[in-house]
Design a protein around this ligand. Sequence first.
Ligand code: 5GP
Length: 210
Amino acid sequence: MSLKKDGMMIILSSPSGAGKTTLTRLLSKELKFHISISYTTRKPRPKEVHSKHYFFVKKKEFNKLIRKNKFLEHAKVFKNFYGTSKENVFEKLKNGKDVIFDIDWQGTKQIKKKKLNFKILTIFVLPPSRDELFKRLSNRDMRDKLIVEERMKQFNKDILHWKNYNYIVINDNLIKCVAEIKKIILKEKKQKKFHQQKKKIQQHIKFLLN
Ligand code: 5GP
């Protein structure tokens, strides 16, 4: 099958709480992407549904999947394990369907290293400010202050990986952010580059790190 007919891999990464899960869902709805559903050993949050948000599995089952070479990539994020299943993803891509991945920088690095025969587009999502990030994390994991603290601490480390992504977007407004990502994807599908203001992005990263 020619490379042109294959679907594209669109990877969205961000420090936890920047809103990429919502972005992923909105984008897949609008652009009819297939969402790669990951496996995780993390416990489901309220309203999270097995096989819709994640395949929630025990550590033992996760290790079995690693041994059986079922993952395209897998990584430990915070205290839990996450992995992208090869099944479905390759089949969808080969059938010309675009697949969107909500994975961290470690998984992105592993996938890029594999030099697959599919076009890979990587997008890093940033929050508008540390205060906003704190608010979003607190709303999501209100039950556990420790988790929020831990994720805020991790933020400074995670953000440093922005340089390894094709595009950086700031999620200060969901509608605007979806529109920007859509423009990026549509340009890239035509083998063109979407212009971004690098200076503005660098300034925002400085602001987030202060
Ligand atoms: P959460 O627990 O908040 O849903 O996700 C925590 C982090 O794990 C997020 O940065 C998310 O993108 C990442 N993640 C989710 N699924 C995968 C996966 O399959 N592989 C990797 N490497 N990271 C993942």
